[in-house]
Design a protein around this ligand. Sequence first.
Ligand code: ADP
Ligand code: MG
Length: 445
Amino acid sequence: FWNYFKQKLKENLTPVSFNTWVGSAEPLFIEGNDIHIAVPTELHKDYWERHYAEEVAIYSYKFNGIELNPIIETQEEHAKKEQPENIAPKQTNNNDSEKSGHVFHNSHLNPKYTFDSFITGSGNQMAHAAALAVAEEPGVIYNPLFIYGGVGLGKTHLMQAIGHQMIKIEPGAKVKYVTSETFANDFINSIQTRTQDDFRQEYRNVDLLLIDDIQFFAEKEGTQEEFFHTFNELHDNGKQIVMTSDRLPNEIPKLQERLVSRFKWGLSVDITAPDLETRIAILRNKAEAEHLEIPNDTLSYIAEQVDTNVRELEGALIRVQAYSTLKNADITKSIAADALKLFKLSKEKKGLSIAKIQNKVAKYYHVSINDLKGKKRVKTIVVPRQIAMYLSRELTDRSLPQIGMEFGGKDHTTVMHSCDKIAELVVSDNDIKMAINELKDELRN
Ligand code: ADP
Ligand code: MG
């Protein structure tokens, strides 16, 4: 995102402004929807807060549908904060994230994701109850606990709440939270560096293991094998395992049958989209946490606009907040309506179907739909195919595996690769950039 963001600003700034304000800023890490950014001085900070806060939200939303809220700190403030944290053992093997500039360290829990801050409603009541039960009696009742549901509905939040709660009850408890990708990376790393014993020690010597987004185990044979043993060891010793996924275990492609059957030993609960009352309650809670004064009718209004994804709901609130600050006005229904116009536009875009995107791209490049869905590796087809996948990712809210399915049953990693590829070309290749812009315009109408 950072590279994309810089590129966008570069287009509108003189080189000197760009270098002074943007070039000197350094993205630190992302936590929840907050992106922490370090800048050289107080003056830079002041400038950033006045000029770029809105831009960060808008471009991060354009980039991947998540509105990031920038937290600006001076290098000095950052250095002060860093010191005590440095004492904690650092993860050694996050090569990928370090290279690409954004650091997602998942070794610790996000302090915001507690039961206290989790609002319950019809869509998540069951998952919430199961999670709390597991935190109170780990390893006893539901082992493993498997939480599944769509994007942005609170799976990660709930999972981490279990970790917090368990530590609260039993301060010495060993809790480990990782995404399935981190687990896989750690495992691969341990093979490369011949430190498999350390790896096992780290993962098998815990009281609670939280593995997020386990659908990304699809296809990873070796990792599944290792996880199978990790799982058995923990389960045999009465240690609690909690997993999340965007779907049920038996719907995860290429997940080994023996894992599927083990995941069914415990309890699977789903989270579905929150109803209006719950959405209002979530917003109210969030507004209070941020000390925002928002009248009830305005809260209801915002909750009505965003109905499928709590992360977007929070994004909407951030947008309204940013807009009211910009306008120097109290948050009212009409301010909210103005602020959310852009948001709604992007919501409408999401009504697009992948079929429609394929159609447009096929016509644009004079290739057949079958070629887009097929496997031919000639450049005249590969590029349009990748573009169609990229647009499907950008303009719809379908997941990577879902997009893969619509392209003749391709793997989600293929889709991911295509999207990355085009995202790169969009900045470096003018023809591609123009084509994408034209296609987007046409698709919007
Ligand atoms: P998922 O892992 O399912 O994609 P997350 O757990 O990341 O979703 O949730 C997205 C955002 O929405 C987080 O900021 C989370 O705190 C918030 N959220 C989701 N559900 C709730 C809820 N019931 N109450 C309060 N906040 C919620
Ligand atoms: Mg999640």
